[in-house]
Design a protein around this ligand. Structure first.
Ligand SMILES: *[C@@H]1O[C@H](CO)[C@@H](O)[C@H](O)[C@H]1NC(C)=O
Ligand SMILES: *[C@@H]1O[C@H](CO)[C@@H](O)[C@H](O)[C@H]1NC(C)=O
Ligand SMILES: *[C@@H]1O[C@H](CO)[C@@H](O)[C@H](O)[C@H]1NC(C)=O
Ligand SMILES: *[C@@H]1O[C@H](CO)[C@@H](O)[C@H](O)[C@H]1NC(C)=O
Ligand SMILES: *[C@@H]1O[C@H](CO)[C@@H](O)[C@H](O)[C@H]1NC(C)=O
Ligand SMILES: *[C@@H]1O[C@H](CO)[C@@H](O)[C@H](O)[C@H]1NC(C)=O
Ligand SMILES: *[C@@H]1O[C@H](CO)[C@@H](O)[C@H](O)[C@H]1NC(C)=O
Length: 465
C-alpha cells in the first residue's frame, strides 16, 4: 500500500515538474521584448534604398549610378524616429576639427535632440562611455549605453554596424558612428523601411548583445528568445519596393549564434552556391589568415569557396580589394595563388582589381601642397546574379572567427529587367570596377605621379574594352 502511495506521489511530482518546465519555456518564447510583434502580424511590404558615402574629390562619369548619401539616409531614419533608436557600432567618434567632420557633428546633435525628446536611445558598444566623448555625452543626457566586453570573449572586437528605428526601419552596412564614415571614407550600406518582419529577427541579435552588457562571460545556453527566426532553409519572404525577395540575417562569431542563427560564413557560402553566372566581391581587405597572439594560421574557408566556384562550377568571379599603405603584402600572394587555379581551364574566369584612392590623394596633395587625410574604400558586400550580401566584415580570417558582425542576405531570383536592389548593387560594383581608381596590377607602394597619370590613361582604355 505505502509503495503504491509512493509511486502516486512520485508521478505527481514528475507531472508538476514537467508543467513548471513547460510554463517557463513558454514564458521564455513569448518574451516581453517583442512588443507583440510576431511572424503573423509583422509588416513585410517594405521599401529599400542603397546608401553610400562617397568622399569629396572622388568623381565618376556623369552617367555613373549614384544613391542616397549615407548622411541623408541616417538623418532620414532619425527624423522618422518616434519611439526608439537602437544602434550597434564599432566606433563612436563623431567630433573632429577636419572640415569633413561637420556631418558627424550634425548627426551627434540630432541624436542629442532625440534623447531630449524622450525617444529611447540604446547604444551597443565595445568601448566604455568613459573612452568616448560621444557615448559619454549621450549617456549623460539619458541614452542607454550597453557595453560589451569583447576582449573577454575570445579576444574579439565589435565590428557590427546596424540600426533599428521604431522597431520598423533598419540600416546595415560598412559605416560606423565615426566622422570618417561620413567624410573621408567610401562606405556602403542599405536601409530598409517599414519592415518589422526583418526587425523581428535582427532585433534578436540586438537583444543578444544587450543581454551581454557588462558581462565577462557568454552564458552556457541562450534564451529561446534569442534564437534565429529565419535561416537559409526558412527565408523571410518580403516585397522590397516592387520586387518579391527572400531575406535572412546572419551573425558572427559562432560564440554568439544561438540555435537557428546563420553564421556569416554560412550566409556567404549560401549566396555563392546559389550563383549561376557571377560573383562580385567588394571588400577592403582580402586575407585568408587568422592572426593569433603569437602565430598565423591559414584560414581556407572563403578562399576555398572561391576556388570551388571558379574551377568546378565555372562561375565568373571579380574581386575588388582596397589598396592602401597598410595593405598586407601577403594579399598579393593569395591573389596570385587564386589566379593560378584558372591556369589552362578555358572557362575559368577570375579578375582581381585594387581600388586605390591613396595614390591619387598623394599626387593631388603634392600638387596642392595640402594636408589631407587618407581616403579608403571600406565597402563590404558581395553581389551575384540572384542575390546580395551586405555585411560588416572584410574577408580576413580574424573578422569571422573572433569579431562580432552581422550581415543581410537578399535573394531576388526572377527580377526580369526591372530595377531592384540587387541590380543596383551590381551597377555600383561595375561603376567602381571600371573606374580609374580600380587597377589590375599591384599598385606601387611609393606613389609615383607620372605612373598615376599613365595608369589612369590605361585604365580608361581597358574600361572601354
Ligand atoms: C574629375 O574631376 C576633375 C576636376 O573636376 C576632372 O579634371 C576630371 O576629368 C574628372 N574625372 C572624371 C573621370 O570625370
Ligand atoms: C573585460 O574583460 C577582461 C578580460 O576578462 C577584463 O580583464 C576586464 O577587466 C574587463 N573589462 C571591464 C570593463 O569589465
Ligand atoms: C511607411 O509606411 C507608412 C504608413 O503606411 C507610410 O506613411 C510611409 O510613407 C512609409 N515609409 C516609406 C519610407 O515608404
Ligand atoms: C586644402 O585643400 C582644401 C580643398 O581641397 C582647401 O579648402 C584648403 O584651404 C587647403 N588648405 C591649404 C592649407 O592649402
Ligand atoms: C516589374 O515592375 C512592375 C511594376 O513596377 C511589376 O508590376 C512587375 O511585376 C515587375 N516584374 C517583375 C518580373 O518583377
Ligand atoms: C523590359 O520590361 C518592359 C516592361 O516593363 C518590356 O516591355 C520589355 O520588353 C522588357 N525588355 C526585355 C529585354 O525583357
Ligand atoms: C524604393 O523606393 C524608394 C522610395 O520609396 C526609393 O527611394 C528607392 O530608391 C527604391 N529602391 C529601389 C531599389 O528601387
Amino acid at each position: 500500500m505505502s509503495q503504491q502511495k509512493c509511486i502516486v506521489i512520485f508521478a505527481l511530482v514528475c507531472c508538476f515538474a514537467i508543467l513548471v518546465a513547460l510554463i517557463f519555456s513558454a514564458v521564455d518564447i513569448m518574451g516581453e521584448d517583442e512588443d507583440g510583434l510576431s511572424e503573423k502580424n509583422c509588416q513585410n511590404n517594405c521599401r529599400v534604398a542603397l546608401v553610400e558615402n562617397i568622399p569629396e574629390g572622388i568623381n565618376y562619369s556623369d552617367s555613373a549610378p549614384s544613391h542616397l548619401s549615407l548622411f541623408q539616409g541616417w538623418m532620414n531614419l532619425l527624423n522618422m524616429a518616434e519611439k526608439s533608436v537602437d544602434i550597434v557600432s564599432s566606433h563612436w567618434d563623431l567630433h573632429h576639427s577636419h572640415p569633413s567632420a561637420c556631418q558627424g557633428q550634425h548627426l551627434f546633435e540630432k541624436l542629442l535632440e532625440l534623447v531630449s525628446r524622450n525617444i529611447e536611445i540604446k547604444l551597443v558598444s565595445d568601448i566604455l562611455p568613459t573612452e568616448s566623448k560621444v557615448l559619454n555625452d549621450l549617456k549623460t543626457k539619458g541614452a542607454e549605453v550597453l557595453y560589451m566586453n569583447m576582449t573577454a570573449y575570445n579576444e574579439g572586437r565589435l565590428q557590427s554596424s546596424f540600426w533599428i528605428v521604431d522597431k520598423q526601419h533598419v540600416y546595415i552596412g560598412s559605416a560606423s558612428l565615426d566622422w570618417r564614415s561620413l567624410g573621408q571614407m567610401k562606405e556602403l550600406g542599405v536601409i530598409v523601411y517599414n519592415c518589422s518582419c526583418l526587425v523581428l529577427d535582427l532585433q534578436r541579435i540586438f537583444a543578444l548583445y544587450s543581454s551581454l552588457k557588462y558581462k565577462n562571460k557568454v552564458p552556457p545556453s541562450w534564451s529561446k528568445r534569442l534564437y534565429g527566426v529565419y535561416d537559409t532553409q526558412n527565408k523571410l519572404t518580403l516585397q522590397l519596393n516592387e520586387t518579391k525577395s527572400e531575406v535572412f540575417v546572419s551573425n558572427s562569431p559562432k560564440l554568439f549564434c544561438p540555435k537557428d542563427r546563420v553564421l556569416d560564413i554560412e550566409a556567404i557560402y549560401n549566396v555563392i552556391d546559389d550563383a549561376k553566372q557571377f560573383v562580385y566581391i567588394a571588400v577592403m581587405d582580402y586575407l585568408p589568415i587568422v592572426f593569433d597572439t603569437n602565430a598565423k594560421r591559414y584560414w581556407p574557408y572563403l578562399d576555398g569557396k572561391i576556388r570551388e566556384a571558379l574551377v568546378l562550377r565555372n562561375i565568373k568571379v571579380r574581386l575588388l580589394i582596397s589598396f592602401s599603405k597598410d595593405t598586407d603584402p601577403l594579399t598579393f600572394n593569395f591573389v596570385s595563388s587564386l589566379k593560378a587555379i584558372c591556369t589552362e581551364v578555358p572557362s575559368c574566369s577570375l579578375k582581381v582589381k585594387f581600388f586605390d584612392l591613396e595614390e591619387e590623394n598623394a599626387c593631388f596633395l603634392k600638387e596642392q601642397k595640402n594636408t589631407s587625410l587618407p581616403k579608403l574604400n571600406r565597402n563590404k558586400y558581395m553581389v551575384t546574379d540572384g542575390a546580395a550580401y551586405i555585411g560588416n566584415f572584410d574577408w580576413v580570417g580574424n573578422d569571422f572567427t573572433q569579431n562580432a558582425g552581422a550581415g543581410l542576405v537578399i535573394n531576388q531570383a526572377d527580377v526580369g529587367n526591372n530595377t531592384s536592389i540587387v541590380k543596383q548593387l551590381k551597377a555600383v560594383f561595375e561603376r567602381d570596377w571600371y573606374s580609374h581608381y580600380a587597377k589590375s596590377l599591384q599598385p606601387t607602394k611609393i606613389p609615383n605621379c607620372l605612373n598615376y597619370k599613365l595608369n589612369k590613361a590605361v585604365a580608361n582604355k581597358t574600361a572601354m574594352n
